[in-house]
Design a protein around this ligand. Structure first.
Ligand code: CMC
Length: 431
């Protein structure tokens, strides 16, 4: 055997040969390495799964050193320039670009499933006036499982398709309504004559006008942003969807877990933090002092650096271009100048160069969202709508993968053992 690893256990002197496949060894093979028959065997300790593959996946490819991101083999740059969010959603979920018939039927199905049961509206109206839209989105997506109990039939491909269509269709409705709720405005029903992204904008911003229409450049920019967020391999929220989905629960419950994971500031919340940081810096002359503070370790330059991308984040380049398109319509966000100067200075500074810190997807996206009139609490909702096809594709891949099992990591127990319980009255007798 050549593609293998020889392990010598210095505790026992025993040698083991472990197969290497696709650059990985099977963790279960380490379980054979024991000091005695009653030893449970060796395992790896990997908080945050930083070097552990949890699945085989054919959806998204990333090469962090080269700045490559591909969905199903297609470069993100080409998809962002030439495709639409719904076409990318089909590609991500079903693995191939749709034929004309498949595309038309997919768009039709999604368009005609944007409405939700009136009781979902009632449920959402029950939230406090200041409820965070991500909390409302998480709860309402989870609640959909009670409206579609058939969704638990996950072994049936047609049934899975139905739930995938429903969820991609209804996320903008739920996201828009959580926004309207916080604004104290009436919820706007979907308009089947509009495109996916324009309909979303209509549900967010329509007031008394009979027909809502948005500048096509803004619609396109938002569509591109959704494309950029469609999938990103085994990130925290996708891992949450897979982990919960591995119990074979319905996909609404699994995706609700993904929304919960995305809600956290270390995951979906960074673009909001960038905007707050830019506002705090305020103007170009304050940048040098801010950079010195970052270099002194007082804080981080938000929107810079990435766990995987160590050259550039390909999504950031595309977003910069989208920024230009949006500002052409809305007028330039005054913070853009601060962002551009901050980027210029950081990219020349030894501190950032040495640590391979470059702008990531969040550096400019907050500026676009703000120009589109979104309050910061809505930024993560936009991320969630974009990520839904990815979550569903990963969920479907999990369900169809014969090697997958219910997620159940090991632990290294560090607590007490063999204590003897003393009843309360005896423990407290002297008190
Ligand atoms: N500003 C200043 N220093 C930084 C930054 C930053 N944004 N990011 C990393 N560093 C430094 C860090 O202090 C460390 O320096 P040293 O070696 O002297 O201790 C070095 O760079 C390596 O950092 P790390 O924390 O070990 O890197 P990581 O891969 O664990 O963290 C990160 C990646 C994205 C969490 C981090 O770069 C960061 O906190 N960035 C700011 C937050 C942000 O923009 N997050 C959005 C990520 S993109 C969204 C997505 O794709 O989901």
């Amino acid at each position: 055997m050549t593609d293998s690893l020889t392990i010598r256990d210095n505790r026992t002197g025993a040698e083991y040969e472990v197969a290497i496949t696709d650059g990985a060894i099977k963790a279960a093979d380490l379980g054979k390495i024991k000091t005695s028959d009653d030893d449970p065997g060796l395992c790896t300790y990997d908080p945050g799964f930083t070097n552990t593959a949890s699945c085989k996946s054919a959806i998204t490819y990333i090469d962090g050193d080269k700045g490559i991101l591909e969905y199903r083999g297609y470069p993100i740059e080409q998809l962002a320039e030439k495709s639409t969010f719904l076409e990318v959603a089909y590609l991500v979920v079903y693995g191939e670009l749709p034929t004309k018939e498949q595309y038309e039927s997919w768009v039709h199905e999604i368009t005609y499933h944007t409405f939700v049961h009136e009781n979902v509206k009632g449920l959402m109206q029950g939230f406090r006036y200041d409820a965070h839209p991500m909390g409302m989105l998480m709860a309402s997506v989870g609640a959909l499982s009670t409206f579609y109990p058939d969704a638990r039939n996950i072994a049936d491909a047609d049934n899975r398709h139905m739930q995938i269509v429903r969820m991609i269709a209804k996320m903008p409705t739920l996201g828009a309504w959580s926004f309207r709720h916080a604004q104290g405005k009436p919820y706007v029903y979907p308009d089947n004559e509009l495109s996916y992204t324009e309909n979303f904008l209509a549900m967010l911003f329509k007031m008394s006008e009979l027909k809502f229409s948005a500048d096509p450049r803004l619609v396109r920019a938002l569509d591109v942003l959704l494309i950029l967020h469609a999938d990103h391999e085994q990130n925290c929220s996708t891992n949450a969807v897979r982990s919960v989905g591995s119990s074979q629960v319905d996909p609404y419950s699994a995706v609700a877990a993904g929304v919960g994971a995305l809600y956290g500031p270390l995951h979906g919340g960074a673009n909001e933090a960038v905007l707050r940081m830019l506002k705090r810096i305020g103007s170009v002359e304050n940048i040098p002092a801010f950079i010195e503070g970052v270099k002194a370790g007082n804080e981080r330059l938000m929107g810079f650096g990435h766990r995987v991308y160590k050259n550039f984040d390909p999504r950031a380049k595309i977003i910069k271009k989208a920024c230009d398109d949006v500002f052409e319509v809305t007028g330039v966000n005054p913070l853009l100048q601060v962002a551009q100067e901050l980027e210029r200075i950081a990219l020349e500074d030894e501190y950032f160069v040495k640590r391979k810190l470059y702008p990531n997807v969040d550096f400019y996206s907050g500026l676009i969202y703000e120009a589109l009139q979104f309050p910061p609490e809505m930024f993560t909702v936009l991320f969630a709508i974009g990520r839904t096809p990815g979550w569903l594709a990963q969920w479907q891949e999990l369900i169809m993968d014969k090697e997958q099992k219910i997620a159940r990591p090991k632990q290294i127990y560090t607590g007490d053992r063999t204590l003897t319980f003393v009843p309360r009255e005896e423990r407290w007798a002297d008190a």
